[in-house]
Design a protein around this ligand. Structure first.
Ligand SMILES: *Cc1c(COP(=O)(O)O)cnc(C)c1O
Length: 427
């Protein structure tokens, strides 16, 4: 590992050596209070706007204006098949075959759709395993899925919690819980990265353990897609979904991704909630009775594509691909986050004032660091905002800072360190 220094000169030097340094110019960086670029460390919540996004959306507005209904079939990007333009890049993001992914709907919708297929409980196998303190939408989705199947959430949902005094889960404990649940375990659904702590779960190990007891295994990759390299196909994951507006920079409420492993590609009988866009493409417009799905993840589509948001998503994915994909991004990401960690650990503060609850092991985290602030956390957060440093605040006492390799620089991180040092000097 590089040995770091807290100085602006050192950070400038790291930036000069960074092969991805120019990618930040492809994004609109909102101004801070002083009119200069803010330091945007909130890509875990909403990624920045690619400068190419507006033109991509306007092009489809133009097609709509000039072609109207014909836009479905004409022009250089016919809407009928627009979603297919995103398949390849999407497959790269999550480590899948193109057949295994599709882009549709929003995240919570996709989570529900996939649970319909992959949470099919029986009177004896009906438990769901998830991480305690999962993102609320995921909790509500599970709660209501369980009820819909006639079970009680407090009986069917099993939550994993850290050991006393610890903030994150140990893989050995997750695997032991899976083995303990055994034949009663129907489905495992966890974040790929926990939104609060920033912990990466060992998806390969969890999938293997789940399959060993006959359970289905899925992941909500909202905080993982575009943040860490993923190998969903090789890890043998059954299903997954993610949003495009966090690390994939595709705009507020943008379309979501879904993954269904290849081994379900040709199982038309697999229960699902269907719509016409999931119907076999060749026969779709014959408007026949009786649902016959497309092969692969496309067979879970409901509706014709949301072209305006797909266009923004495509523009963002093109930047990802141009940057060399997750391998190149991850290399820089590990360094950026390690630098932020170095600066925080170097603050002259009484022990425990700021506690990084994200794992220290780079393999067990993405770019985000979650900082537990013992007291006056909200004031520290507001202080950072006043300095043009945009992170986010999560009740009751955590500040999340996510340096994103596509548009954050080492100098950004250095300035955060300097601001924190100034604050620490006053504490
Ligand atoms: C961001 C996020 C969501 C948001 O769901 P939407 O349906 O896109 O509003 C859900 N789950 C997790 C884990 C998230 O991080």
């Amino acid at each position: 590992m590089t040995s770091f220094e807290p100085t602006a000169e050192f950070a400038a030097q790291l930036d000069a050596q960074d092969p991805l340094r120019d990618f930040r110019h492809q994004f609109h960086i909102p101004p801070g209070p002083d009119g200069q670029d803010s330091i945007y460390l909130c890509g875990n919540s909403l990624g920045l706007q690619p400068k190419t996004a507006r033109a991509a959306v306007e092009r489809q507005m133009q097609n709509w204006q000039e072609l109207a209904v014909e836009g479905h079939f004409r022009g250089d990007t016919p809407w009928m098949t627009y979603h297919e333009r995103l398949e390849q890049a999407t497959a790269h993001i999550v480590g899948a075959q193109p057949l295994e992914v599709t882009v549709m709907n929003n995240l919570t919708t996709n989570l529900h759709l996939l649970l319909v297929s992959f949470y099919q409980p029986t009177p004896t196998r009906y438990k769901v395993l998830m991480e305690g303190g999962a993102f609320p939408s995921d909790q509500y989705a599970l709660e209501t899925q369980v009820q819909m199947r006639g079970f009680r959430p407090d009986d069917a949902i099993v939550e994993l919690v850290p050991r006393p005094g610890e903030h994150t889960l140990r893989t050995e404990d997750i695997v032991a819980k899976i083995a303990e649940l055994g034949d009663s375990l129907c489905t495992i659904i966890m974040g790929g990265i926990n939104y609060y702590t920033g912990q990466v779960y060992d998806m390969a190990a969890i999938t293997q353990a789940g399959h060993a007891v006959g359970a289905r295994v899925g992941f909500d990759l909202a905080h993982a897609a575009g943040n860490i390299p993923l190998q969903l196909h090789d890890w043998d994951v059954d299903f997954a979904c993610w949003c495009s507006y966090k690390y994939l920079n595709s705009g507020p409420g943008g379309v979501s991704g879904a993954f269904v492993h290849e081994r379900f590609a040709d199982q038309p009988e697999l229960l699902r909630l269907a719509g016409w866009w999931g119907y076999d493409e060749k026969e779709r417009f014959k408007m026949k009775k009786g649902f016959r799905p497309m092969r692969g993840a496309a067979g879970w589509q409901l509706s014709n594509g949301a072209v305006l948001t797909l266009a923004a998503h495509e523009a963002a994915l093109n930047i990802h691909e141009a940057a060399g994909g997750m391998v190149a991004l991850r290399r820089k990401s590990e360094q950026l986050t390690a630098y932020l960690e170095f600066l925080i650990r170097g603050l002259a503060l009484p022990a425990g004032t700021l506690e990084i609850i994200t794992p220290q092991d780079p393999a067990a985290r993405g770019c985000q660091l979650s900082i537990l602030v013992q007291k006056n956390g909200r004031q520290l957060f507001d202080y950072l905002m006043s300095k043009g440093i945009i992170g986010d605040w999560r009740e009751p006492n955590v500040i999340r800072l996510a340096p994103v390799p596509l548009y954050n620089s080492f100098q950004d991180v250095q300035r955060v360190g300097a601001a924190l040092a100034e604050w620490a000097g006053r504490e």
